[in-house]
Design a protein around this ligand. Structure first.
Ligand code: GAL
Length: 661
């Protein structure tokens, strides 16, 4: 589906948020209409938690109230992103279908009284979800307010019940074909885990000691496939009744239950929710990380920031407020990286209920508040950026991102608890971000030829195809940095014997890792180039690569720590330890320079982002975000769309969008 239809329909970029009018009365709805006009809201997500009202008892629907809201929104010029309410089944559902309640790994069956209380594999749940999605599509498929479908809300829950066990076995049969193949793949010859009938196999519930790693990895794959199947059922129930685009809002949390690449292929528009996990510049870097992931799973196409908080920064057991100016800056951080707008959870802050203290566009204090004034200013800014619709972002650097590798690094029994997939990925992305550049994410088996530099920070699991792809990328002129503990296992989690990483990749790197040596906590190493490192080390020998830095202590003294291989027309770099932040930034900086990657606007100080969006017809815009608290003179003045005037410097915390064509 052509996503331009959404922005054409909205007359520009999207601005708005989740709208839950069922919490309020008519007087408030009237005020909502007026305030939405003031804030330039043009898109609201409606119905996301409305199952109990829409279907008060099994099979009996009450749509009248929703009709009224959709008509009202439409009359007010606000389009609707209509949600299916399946993330929050009502109490009658769980009482009628107790077998559809989720079960934790320790066997505890949860009860209703919160949300997301369902088991995705329970047939009753799937039936009910298809039914309500179909009923909504039947009723609203051609409603003039309808711009987009929003299936479910953040597919993140897990369940380990007997339905899941049965579905897992079906999936395993299809993947492995025979029990012999499964036993071989999972290495069940060890610890007496051999299976003789399929019914013996369980999902990875609580166990006495390490779970079988193959079982854990396959379960992650299965759960992602099962979730995607649940999404597709709803999508298809909608598609036969409505021609509007369909999506689901993906949460990109610190754990990974979904193969994001697979979802990216199936949704009509990639949509994500983003809540920063730290304040200040770290929040900006986090937004860039998730936004770059969203764009990448959308295969470079425009995508949408479906949720953010006006004043919500989750940080260590506290929800911190956003600083003045951050509502606009965070919104533009996403738009800079390809989002077709900026939406929030939620429009009006709840007076009661489970998310009463969650920030919103209209806070408890009402419209006469700093938050609402900033929301209105942000709405006005977004409205001025309509000409950016449909433009995209180009990156020359990619960070490799693979769900299998991530899941594989979650299994029990790895040699160090400091092996953290997400942390490694974020660190690599952050180093590129700190250097003033935008990165894509790519799968190790993707065509990488458009990138000058590829970073592989944590490719623990790597298929033969992936290893060969990386070898070819370097041979054809690419620059690749592979970091420690990569290419160790294949897709069955079987170790690469005879030296790490996987053979074709080793060829491109010109090294062979013989032994891994996790370091003691707080142990620090100094390398021969003066940089310091910790956490991990490896004993490796070069097989064609040159040594750029060597270990200086202990049994590894003199052996290579950082290497570079002149291979084919490119360079394969290998880093066998965890450099400290300064050393890592310097290494990534050097790689960027050697690979010939330059920032969009050279000369900006750290903490100022410059990202370009390109239209297919050659037009180009430069989005500038100053996360610093001082004035930053621009190396090149320009015309700012936000003020419709010339711009020579960015004020502290300021933003600008320059026409650069
Ligand atoms: C999102 C969710 C919203 C709301 C928000 C609070 O993950 O989709 O419904 O709960 O978090 O931050």
């Amino acid at each position: 589906m052509d996503i331009r239809r959404l922005t054409d329909r909205l007359g520009g970029l999207a601005f708005g948020g989740d709208y839950n009018p069922e919490q309020w009365d008519e007087q408030v709805w009237k005020q909502d209409d007026e305030l939405m006009r003031r804030a330039r809201v043009n898109l609201t997500t409606v119905g996301v938690f409305s199952w109990a009202l829409l279907e008060p008892e099994e099979g009996r629907y009450d749509f009248d109230w929703l009709d009224a809201h959709l008509d009202r929104l439409h009359a007010n010029g606000v389009a609707v992103d209509l949600a299916t309410p399946t993330a929050s089944p009502p109490p009658w559902f769980t009482l009628a279908h107790p077998d559809a309640l989720p079960v934790r790994p320790d066997g505890t069956r949860l009860t209703h009284g919160s949300r997301d209380t369902y088991c995705l594999t329970a047939p009753a749940y799937r039936r009910a979800a298809r039914r309500i999605a179909g009923a909504l599509a039947e009723r609203y498929g051609n409603h003039p307010a309808l711009a987009l479908w929003h299936v479910h809300n953040e597919y993140v829950t897990l369940c380990l019940c007997d339905h899941t066990a049965a579905a897992f076995r079906v999936w395993l049969r299809a993947r492995h074909g025979s029990l012999d193949a499964l036993n071989e793949a999972w290495g069940t010859a060890f610890w007496s885990q051999h299976y003789t009938v399929w019914e013996q196999i369980l999902p990875p519930r609580a166990t006495q000691w390490h779970k079988n790693p193959g079982q854990a990895l396959d379960f992650s794959r299965f759960w992602s496939d099962e979730t995607l199947a649940a999404y597709l059922e709803q999508r298809d129930a909608i598609r036969v009744r409505s021609d509007r685009p369909v999506t689901t809002n993906l949460m990109l949390p610190g754990y990974q239950n979904l193969d994001l690449w697979a979802f990216g292929r199936e949704v009509d528009l990639v949509a994500i929710d983003h809540y920063p996990g730290a304040p200040g510049v770290d929040a900006a870097a986090h937004a860039a990380f998730d936004a770059d992931r969203a764009r990448s799973i959308a295969a470079g196409a425009p995508w949408l920031l479906m949720e953010q908080g006006t004043s919500t920064v989750y940080a260590g057991g506290r929800v911190l407020a956003k600083e003045p100016g951050e509502i606009l800056r965070h919104s533009l951080a996403h738009i800079a990286r390809g989002s077709e707008g900026a939406l929030f959870f939620q429009w009006r802050q709840s007076r009661a209920g489970a998310e009463q203290w969650h920030s919103a566009m209209v806070p408890h204090a009402g419209p006469d508040s700093r938050t609402f004034r900033e929301v209105t200013a942000t709405g006005e800014a977004v409205a001025r950026l309509g000409e950016l619709a449909g433009s995209t972002v180009r990156a020359e650097v990619a960070v490799l991102h693979d769900s299998d590798a991530w899941w594989a690094m979650r299994v029990d029994g790895l040699p160090s608890s400091e092996l953290d997939y997400l942390a490694a990925l974020r660190r690599a992305h952050r180093a590129v971000w700190d250097a003033g550049l935008t990165a894509d994410f790519a799968h190790p088996e993707h065509d990488l030829s458009r990138y000058r530099l590829v970073l592989a920070p944590a490719l623990f699991l790597l298929t033969d195809t992936g290893a060969e792809n990386l070898r070819r990328y370097v041979a054809a002129g690419g620059t690749l940095l592979v970091q420690y503990f990569s290419g160790m296992v294949d897709e069955r989690l079987h170790t690469r014997l005879g030296g790490y990483p996987a053979a074709p990749l080793r060829e491109a790197l010109g090294i062979r890792v013989e032994e891994y040596r996790p370091l003691r906590q707080d142990e620090q190493l100094t390398l021969s180039d003066g940089s310091t490192a910790g956490s991990w080390s490896e004993s490796l020998r070069t097989e064609g690569a040159e040594t750029l830095a060597a270990y200086t202590h202990g049994m590894l003294a003199g052996s290579p720590a950082l290497t570079r291989h002149d291979f084919g027309s490119g360079y394969g770099w290998y880093l066998s330890t965890r450099l400290d932040d300064t050393g890592y930034a310097a290494l990534v900086g050097r790689l960027l320079t050697e690979a010939g990657v330059a920032p969009e606007l050279p000369g900006l100080p750290p903490g100022v982002e410059a990202v370009a969006r390109h239209a297919p017809d050659g037009r180009r815009w430069l989005l500038l975000l100053n996360h610093r608290d001082d004035v930053v003179p621009l190396p090149r003045p320009g015309h700012d769309l936000l003020t419709d005037g010339p711009l020579r410097e960015l004020p502290p915390g300021g933003c600008a969008v320059l026409r650069a064509h």
